[in-house]
Design a protein around this ligand. Structure first.
Ligand SMILES: Cc1cc2nc3c(=O)[nH]c(=O)nc-3n(C[C@H](O)[C@H](O)[C@H](O)COP(=O)(O)OP(=O)(O)OC[C@H]3O[C@@H](n4cnc5c(N)ncnc54)[C@H](O)[C@@H]3O)c2cc1C
Length: 382
């Protein structure tokens, strides 16, 4: 039976951040995953991202593995309301200038706090960093609805922000924590780009440790070691297990923890003829009740995200499907729970539950690897 001291399950940015750090320290590990990239998934032609779509210029840790493509900005959006279509920077925006300035001020403050937390997050859990910073703590536990009211942003949210934010996280932005609300809006002040992630470069140093397979069950032994059963029928043994899977999957393998509410979303990547009223460069955003967003990609294809009924015929005259899929889960954004990342002896969880995003997942993977390294080399009982 193949055996390693450490097994990482999951090859998204958490699992890969972990693997990178363990490789740097010369540790014995295997990474077992259904795929490489997880919720960073690119179209067969390598041009269009179906999951994570943009990164900001602040994503310093993943930047070495990325080719930036196009600027992603609020100003590229075409907003719809009934039969009216409007742009971000237009006369319509004038009445929102005071609210916009209040929001901008908050975004600059928020960015400073996030940067300070990120700078320490490879050695301290995000939970601790957030709880130690009164600003982040307040906004992590506050519902964005209250923030919008407090800052008098309702009209701006109704006319612009809710449409923009639906396209980023597929729900009413009033229902998520203020940190998530401000996190995505940070793209207004930080240059943000669509991107190609070069997983081949990132995984090159540990390519021979990757096994593409699905873990189906987990057996614990009396001496706190583990046997993993996989879809292919191979079993793997390890002393330390890192579950770098989304929390809903981790919860099927360990004693379940209370987690935030999950958001799912459907998508199409297609070639076709879009209806005249939606034939604009870049992005079509809609009122949140419509639960839809459409991106006109630079290569002429379209990404259509939706929830509820599939209304592809409402937006397109003709279409040819390149890919159709569902993210389930896409994100965990309802609530303010934290997870316990070391719930059982020799088991660690590395996921984006507490702080989502590609950069934060990668940083968190390093943090979990550092916890394991510390436990292994300081002889502290786990
Ligand atoms: C539609 C969408 C849009 C997003 N937009 C952005 C964005 O624009 N910018 C941004 O920064 N972030 C965005 N995100 C969030 C970002 O993608 C995630 O926070 C991040 O990629 C999570 O990484 P992870 O490693 O924690 O999880 P995942 O990427 O989900 O990785 C989990 C891995 O575990 C594997 N796995 C699961 N179960 C098993 C099993 N039983 N056995 C073996 N392997 C298993 C999976 O195959 C996967 O490889 C978006 C996410 C989605 C879904």
């Amino acid at each position: 039976m193949p055996r390693a001291k450490i097994i990482i399950v999951g090859g998204g940015l958490n699992g890969l951040g972990c693997a990178k750090r363990l490789t740097e320290q010369g540790e014995d590990f295997l990474l077992v995953s259904e795929n490489i990239g997880g919720r960073v998934k690119t179209s067969p032609d390598g041009q269009t991202n179906y999951g994570a779509y943009y990164i900001t210029a602040d994503c310093a840790n993943i930047m070495p593995y990325i080719t930036k493509k196009d600027l992603v900005h609020f100003a590229k959006a075409h907003f719809h309301s009934g039969h009216t279509q409007y742009r971000a920077f237009s006369l319509r925006m004038l009445r929102h200038i005071p609210a916009g300035l209040r929001l901008l001020k908050e975004l600059f403050i928020f960015r400073r706090h996030v940067q300070a937390a990120r700078a320490r997050a490879m050695h301290t859990p995000y939970r601790e960093l957030i709880e130690a910073d009164p600003y982040l703590k307040r906004y992590y536990h506050q519902n964005a609805k209250e923030f919008i009211k407090e800052k008098n942003l309702e009209a701006l949210t109704k006319e612009y922000l809710e449409q923009f934010l639906w396209a980023a996280y597929f729900t009413d932005p009033r229902e998520v924590p203020t940190t998530i609300f401000l996190g995505v809006l940070s793209t207004i002040i930080i240059p943000s780009y669509s991107f190609i992630f070069h997983f081949d470069i990132l995984t090159k140093p540990f390519k021979n440790k990757i096994i593409i397979d699905r873990v189906t069950s987990l057996a614990r032994h009396a001496n706190n070691t583990f046997t993993l059963e996989t879809k292919s029928g191979t079993q793997y043994e390890c002393d330390i297990l890192i579950l770098a899977t989304p929390m809903d999957i981790a919860n099927t393998l360990i004693t379940p923890q209370k987690i935030k509410g999950q958001i799912n979303v459907n998508y199409y990547h297609l070639r076709g003829v879009i209806k005249k009223e939606y034939d604009v460069p870049w992005y079509n955003f809609f009122p949140i009740e419509e639960e839809a967003a459409i991106s006109h990609e630079p290569n002429g294809t379209f990404l259509y995200f939706y929830n509820g009924d599939d209304r592809i015929g409402k937006y397109f005259d003709t279409w040819e499907v390149i890919t159709k899929g569902t993210w389930q889960p896409a994100l965990f954004f309802f609530g303010d729970e934290y997870i316990n990342e070391h719930p059982e002896p020799n088991i660690y969880l590395a996921n984006d539950h507490d702080v989502p995003s590609t950069e934060d997942a990668f940083i968190n993977g390093h943090y979990i690897a550092n916890c394991v390294l510390h436990a292994l080399h300081s002889q502290i009982p786990q």
